[in-house]
Design a protein around this ligand. Structure first.
Ligand code: SAH
Length: 350
């Protein structure tokens, strides 16, 4: 290992801030040996705060209508091959009810940017979930909205918000999104969410088209400064009906290295082993946990519509009932000596 790489590992494990070049050195140095070193360190750091406890989040993908046209995403507005659906308020509440009985204490409401769900409709759904399950946390993942809307949702009872920044490189942002979308607005949204008091999550796809190591290093620099409570990362996976249908997928190895780096940068981070990671490799989520992740997000959406929330090809867990999903996840975690807990799973540094 060269000297810059050795120094970068040392700084990371000492929890000192790294420079762009030091992040580049880590990413360029990706090898089985480096992943081994960093995952062991990340595992230790994670155990200090979380032991072998894994938090679960019940994911409810309640609408695949989207006004946006992100070039990578299977539910982009101009994909006319996708059958659109939206769940009713009653259906959403029933997913939560079922989830609660299965031991979930966080519900994640995710959707495309669907104008049908006005602020009033959203606030009504959020406050109903909050009333029905006062001991549970509500996470939103609804894309970009005004600060006033975010505030309304927060007052209605939402606790957390996931909004992946997608890339911290403005030029790259515009290669992944149509001209109608703006990097500055996405970043402003993240800042607004944090200012309002949300436990805030950003994140990016690993191996997205045109991404370079320098861009990934910029993502890490941004995260180092922004200090989110949660980070969602997963490999980019191409979707047949998008302009990126022929682009290469991100890799398991790059994602695992990044998970360990993120854990070491922020020991108390809520960091999921994502469905996309489980999609590119049969035991991807287990490997993600072993690399430093501490959250999994089983699907609570009704089975009838699951296949239609197709962000990318071959998405896993689209055929199983929620009860089967959580059972399968429990077994997967037990096999690697971790345990799923019935807990809201808030960020311990709050
Ligand atoms: N509309 C919401 C939710 C988006 S879907 C929002 O804008 O935040 C959640 C995440 O899935 C996205 O942020 C993106 O990073 C990821 N995603 C979308 N298409 C993908 C693909 N083809 N491969 C991997 N991840 C993808």
């Amino acid at each position: 290992m060269n000297i810059t790489l050795t120094n970068s590992i040392q700084k990371l494990t000492d929890q000192k801030p790294l420079t762009q070049d030091e992040f580049v050195a880590l990413l360029e140095g990706n090898s089985p040996q480096l992943r081994d070193i960093l995952s062991k360190e990340a595992d230790q750091v994670r155990r200090r705060y979380f032991g072998n406890r894994i938090y679960i989040r019940g994911l409810i993908e309640f609408s695949n209508y989207c006004k946006n046209d992100c070039l990578y995403c299977g539910i982009r507005n101009s994909n006319h091959n996708v059958k659109r659906y939206r769940l009713t308020k009653e259906e959403i509440l029933s997913c939560c009810e079922q989830g609660y009985l299965l031991g979930f204490r966080t519900f994640v409401l995710q959707s495309g940017e669907d104008p049908y769900f006005t602020d009033e409709r959203m606030a009504d759904i959020i406050s109903s979930i909050h009333q029905n399950h006062p001991d549970s946390a509500i996470t939103l993942s609804l894309g970009e909205h005004s600060k006033d809307s975010y505030e309304l949702f927060f007052k209605a009872g939402a606790d957390r918000y996931l909004l992946r920044h997608e890339t911290a490189d403005e030029k790259h942002y515009h290669m992944l999104h149509p001209d109608s979308m703006s990097y500055k607005n996405r970043m402003q949204c993240l800042k607004n969410l944090k200012d309002l008091g949300y436990q805030t999550g950003c994140g990016f796809m690993v191996g997205s088209p045109f991404q370079t190591i320098e861009m990934l290093a910029s993502d890490l620099l941004f995260i180092q400064e922004f200090k989110p409570h949660m980070i969602g990362i997963g490999p980019f996976i191409s979707h047949t009906d998008t302009p990126f249908s022929d682009k290469e997928n991100g890799t398991l190895e790059d994602t695992l290295l990044l998970i360990s780096i993120l854990r070491l940068m922020q020991p108390t981070l809520l960091l999921p082993a994502t469905t996309a990671l489980g999609t590119i490799s049969p035991n991807g989520r287990e490997l993600g946990i072993l690399a430093g992740a501490n959250v999994v997000m089983p699907n609570l959406s009704p089975v009838a519509i699951r296949k239609q929330y197709s962000l990318y090809d071959n998405k896993i867990c689209t055929g199983d009932e929620s009860a089967q999903c959580i059972q399968c996840m429990k077994q997967r975690m037990e096999k690697i000596h971790f345990t799923i807990v019935i807990d809201r799973g808030d960020c311990p540094s709050l």
